[in-house]
Design a protein around this ligand. Structure first.
Ligand code: PA5
Length: 446
């Protein structure tokens, strides 16, 4: 079974014949990807990743995960952006909602560092790891990113003080460029176990490299199934040339048509709290890939039904510049039925015998109809259940659709020149060597 896309609730806003006009643009984009002739063609390594990851490589990742698990109650994953969100998205999607409170669990708790520079966050983290056995996976493709570099400096010193230099070495794994960058140099000097990030895979497309796979394996999930899901979606997306039948191309086209019609914001909707970070991963993927040259859909997300009680009013009735993409889940893993209550003071007895998932589903359908009626096109993307296999499918689905969508929009979906501006200002304000002139200019502005 594959994930399913349903665009019928966009058809009040666009027509099938409009979709058809994109057939040649989609074919060109697909060709540019397959033949590596489009913009950013030196960053297409992610396209073939699912087929390139062999079982020996997965075994090496699993062995390393096993080693860290055997000596740790907590594993801290250090990274930011593309070196953080993929692992967090998948681990959250698959984990027990209260895994941090489960007693007697076999797997270490995965915590994160270096995804912000907040002093309180990192001080609290150090307090927690100091009460437990822990190890660190440090991830940075460039090896020079400020946030994870600061966090790793703190954790490395802490580990060395606690376990000694040799002991710390056993507890640190570095994932970085195969050759360049400060982290590769440090890992070589210190003798850390390392994994490489292929140079032709950009951060936001790297979840199916050790960047995502090692933390996911540490958290106890089946990375083979994740890769199989991605592999199956790769095959499906390549073997279906007809636009209407290819979910990947169809999603890319529909969002571009809606964008052209003034729907400038896409809201990814979920009804399951464990998908919140999947939306964060998606936001980076689409925001960083398409938001450039003065163009690009603004990717937003909401968690329903929670946010129906906060953002629901705006979505139903606010400026009509949005569309929604619902990440729909057919079945939950566990079932809970609504119990009978003899007093029925809350008037909920009409729901007795229904499962929570049934109620959640009707909330989803009711909301969908209300929002479409209110002028918000809705795309539906449905998976049968949240597991490694379908998350793998979704990852590849969104990555490939993002690349095609970016080419349709005529941007380079694989660069991110805009993220340098804040870095330069920060370096200048912090007094980094070489930034003296910029520092003066900035201080004059302040
Ligand atoms: O997608 C990207 O390129 C960014 O989000 C990077 O992943 C992020 O800045 C972290 O970079 P690095 O892995 O080099 O530390």
């Amino acid at each position: 079974e594959a994930i399913r896309i349903d665009i019928s609730k966009t058809l009040n806003f666009l027509s099938q014949s409009e979709i058809e006009t994109y057939q040649s643009s989609v074919s060109k984009s697909r060709q540019a990807l397959a033949q590596k002739t489009g913009a950013g063609n030196d960053f297409l390594g992610w396209l073939d990743l699912p087929n390139q990851i062999d079982s020996a490589y997965l075994e090496e990742i699993k062995q390393t995960a096993h080693h860290l698990k055997s000596i740790s109650e907590v594993v801290v994953v250090v990274g930011i952006g593309g070196s953080y969100l993929g692992a967090k998205a998948v681990i959250d999607a698959l984990s027990h909602h209260f895994s941090h409170l489960k007693i007697g669990g076999q797997t270490p708790l995965v915590l994160y560092a270096g995804q912000n520079i907040c002093a309180d966050y990192h001080a609290d983290l150090l307090e927690i790891v100091n009460e437990r056995e822990y190890s660190v996976v440090v991830i940075s493709k460039s090896g020079t990113t400020t946030e994870p570099a600061i966090a790793f400096r703190l954790l490395k010193q802490n580990l060395e003080e606690r376990y000694g230099k040799e002991g710390a070495k056993e507890r640190i794994v570095a994932i970085t460029d195969p050759q360049g960058g400060a982290l590769r140099k440090m890992a070589t000097n210190e003798g850390y176990k390392t994994f490489s990030i292929p140079p032709d895979v950009g951060g936001r497309y790297s979840v199916l490299t050790p960047v995502g796979l090692l933390p996911i394996a540490i958290a106890g999930f089946d990375i083979e199934q994740l890769v199989t899901g991605a592999k199956d979606m790769k095959r499906l997306s390549e073997s279906t040339p007809t636009l209407q039948e290819n979910p990947v191309s169809l999603y890319a086209v529909v969002r571009n048509i809606l964008y052209k019609k003034g729907k400038k914001t896409e809201i990814l909707v979920n009804y399951h709290p464990r998908l919140q970070y999947f939306a964060e991963w998606w936001k980076q993927l689409y925001g960083e890939s398409e938001g450039k040259d003065g163009k690009g859909i603004f990717p937003a997300s909401v968690n329903f039904t929670s946010d129906l009680h906060s953002m629901g009013q705006w979505i139903q009735d606010g400026e009509r510049t949005i569309f929604e993409t619902i990440l729909s889940v057919k079945n939950t893993k566990k079932r809970i039925d609504i119990p009978y209550d003899s007093t029925n003071l809350d008037k909920m007895n009409y729901l007795v015998g229904k499962s929570l998932q049934e109620v959640n589903k009707q909330a989803e359908l009711g909301t969908l109809l209300a929002h479409v009626e209110g002028g918000v096109p809705n795309v539906l993307i449905e998976i049968p259940v949240i597991n490694e296999y379908y998350i793998g499918q979704l990852i590849y689905f969104f990555e490939k659709a993002c690349a095609i969508s970016g080419y349709i929009l005529e941007v380079n979906p694989f660069d991110q020149p805009g993220v340098e501006a804040y870095k330069n200002n920060m370096f200048a304000l912090l007094g980094k060597e070489g930034y003296e002139k910029l520092a003066e200019e900035l201080k004059a502005k302040l």
